[in-house]
Write a protein that binds this ligand. Structure first.
Ligand SMILES: Cc1cc2nc3c(=O)[nH]c(=O)nc-3n(C[C@H](O)[C@H](O)[C@H](O)COP(=O)(O)OP(=O)(O)OC[C@H]3O[C@@H](n4cnc5c(N)ncnc54)[C@H](O)[C@@H]3O)c2cc1C
Length: 459
């Protein structure tokens, strides 16, 4: 292994997702000599960004604000948008974080959100209106009401976002170093950052730089760090995205005196196909999600229901639902539908292979047969489904509202969208939990400089 120190750049960027590549493009446009380090090989490059649905949240006063962003890629006459003003964004962040988000950083995020998306459009990222996640079709009209705040998505999702950014990096002649893992921050005696030690195709090497930008994601793909920070239950969970976000630079930054910040025991995770691979695969991207459970009956390996599947719309419950699944034995459950509810399934269910049958007893027997290794209590499962059917109350089913169509006499009850499993074919989808990203990070100031425990920016 060689260990040389002769490469010098103005800026070295660690990572090749959206954060890193947009930073590299901005630095290069400002005249800096930039290099980008990507731990992944070329084929698997691009981090979680490449797996994402490409939905971005930003402020806007009206639909007219969004037109210069989507440009020729979409038609404004097909959608309506309520204003999403900074105060609403602020409230949303306060609600989902329990009021614990950093106020100064939150202000920067909100104040720059619109300009950032517009800048990305200027760079060449194609945007469209987000009709998929959280959008509502207006009854009797041919228009779609866009989800508040999440009105825009990259046309072609994360795959096209990633492809576009790599093309722009190439056009800007920024060197990309693949299979190159940054592992240590090099500092002068006075604490100034002077470079980064990398492990790459040429062995160990130090790249000298005047500024180091970290865009290397969280630690969600590192089982050891998941176990240490999130808890033992997280050691075996599936990872929805890249396998390369393993927290290397978080550790390296702490070794260099950076202040830790954020919710280190917290993460984003969703219900996904239990048959999905251990790490995300680019042929599946975000299509392993299993979020149509409000219209299902969910049973665990012990054959029992364990939550109110219809507590609320899935956008408000999926994070909680994922955590609940993790608490069940084996962290695997089944979502069961019949002919009436299968048309309501998100198209993402097409990536999975359900167990199917024409009677509930046959369905349970086939679940037991296919997933025998998991130890299924099939007799209990059948009784649970029969008890559920008997407890469903009459009433009108309406998937677009909290319809109050419920069960009576069960623990837990299903409080909305409770329909009987009585029309074959019956389908059972195996579901587990997939981690998306972790919340623990480094403290930065409003200039995005990493600070130490005395709140001083790292020079
Ligand atoms: C399935 C899925 C769907 C999602 N959908 C959405 C969505 O619709 N909207 C939304 O806002 N968010 C979504 N997200 C989250 C979103 O993808 C991420 O928050 C965002 O892309 C993170 O960007 P990033 O640049 O910070 O990190 P990443 O895109 O993860 O990039 C990190 C980069 O760092 C590299 N790296 C790591 N360690 C090193 C090292 N030591 N040396 C060199 N390189 C290193 C990695 O290889 C990678 O290139 C989704 C995520 C997933 C997994």
């Amino acid at each position: 292994m060689s260990h040389s120190g002769n490469e010098t750049f103005d800026v070295v960027v660690v990572g090749a997702g959206n954060a890193a590549l947009t930073a590299a493009l901005a630095a290069s446009a400002g005249g800096a000599r930039v290099a980008v380090l990507e731990k992944a090989p070329l084929k698997l490059r691009g981090g979680n960004t490449r797996f994402s649905g490409g939905v971005f949240r930003c402020t806007y006063s009206n639909l007219a604000d969004l037109v210069p962003i989507v440009r020729q890629h979409d038609s404004p006459e097909t959608v309506v948008a309520d204003p999403y003003l900074p105060a609403t964004y602020q409230k949303d962040i306060a609600r989902v974080t329990g009021g614990r988000a950093d106020p100064e950083l939150t202000s920067v995020l909100i104040d720059r959100s619109y300009d950032t998306v517009r800048w990305m459009a200027d760079l060449g990222v194609p945007w469209e209106f987000n009709r998929a996640v959280g959008a509502v079709t207006i009854p009797g009209a041919s228009q779609v009401k866009l989800p508040l705040g999440g009105a825009l998505r990259v046309k072609g999702e994360g795959v096209i976002l990633s492809t576009t950014l790599f093309r722009l990096v190439e056009e800007a002649d920024i060197p990309m170093l693949y299979e190159t893992q940054a592992q240590r921050i090099v500092m002068a005696a006075d604490g100034r950052v002077t470079g980064v030690e990398v492990r790459g195709p040429n062995g160990l090497q130090v790249l000298n730089c005047r500024a180091l930008i970290l865009g290397s994601g969280g630690f969600q793909a590192n089982p050891e760090m998941r176990t240490a920070y999130l808890g033992p239950a997280w050691s075996l969970v599936k990872v929805r995205g890249t396998r390369f976000d393993t927290g290397d630079m978080l550790r390296a930054a702490f070794d260099s005196g950076a202040q830790s910040y954020g919710e280190w025991a917290g993460c984003h995770a969703t219900p996904i196909d239990a048959d999905a691979p251990t790490y995300g695969e680019l042929r599946l991207t975000d299509k392993t999600n299993r979020l149509s459970y409000p219209f299902s009956v969910m049973v665990n390996l012990d054959g029992e229901r364990f939550v109110d599947e219809g507590e609320d719309f899935n956008l408000y419950t999926y994070a909680k639902m994922g955590r609940q699944i993790l608490q069940e034995r084996g962290a695997v459950i089944f979502q069961i539908f019949d002919r009436k509810t299968t048309p309501l399934l998100e198209t993402r269910y097409n990536t999975g292979t359900p167990v199917t049958a024409d009677t509930l007893s046959e369905l349970v027997a086939r679940i037991e047969e296919r997933y025998r290794a998991l130890g299924i209590r099939n007799a209990v499962m059948l009784k649970t489904l029969e008890d559920y059917n008997a407890a469903v109350q009459d009433g009108a089913f309406n998937p677009d509202i909290l319809d109050g169509k419920r069960t009576s006499g069960l623990r837990p009850e299903k409080t909305n969208w409770a329909t009987r499993l009585d029309e074959p074919p019956f389908l059972a989808y195996p579901v587990s939990l997939g981690i998306t990203f972790t919340f623990g990070g480094l403290r930065i100031n409003t200039n995005a400089e990493v600070v130490d425990y005395l709140e001083r920016p790292k020079p």
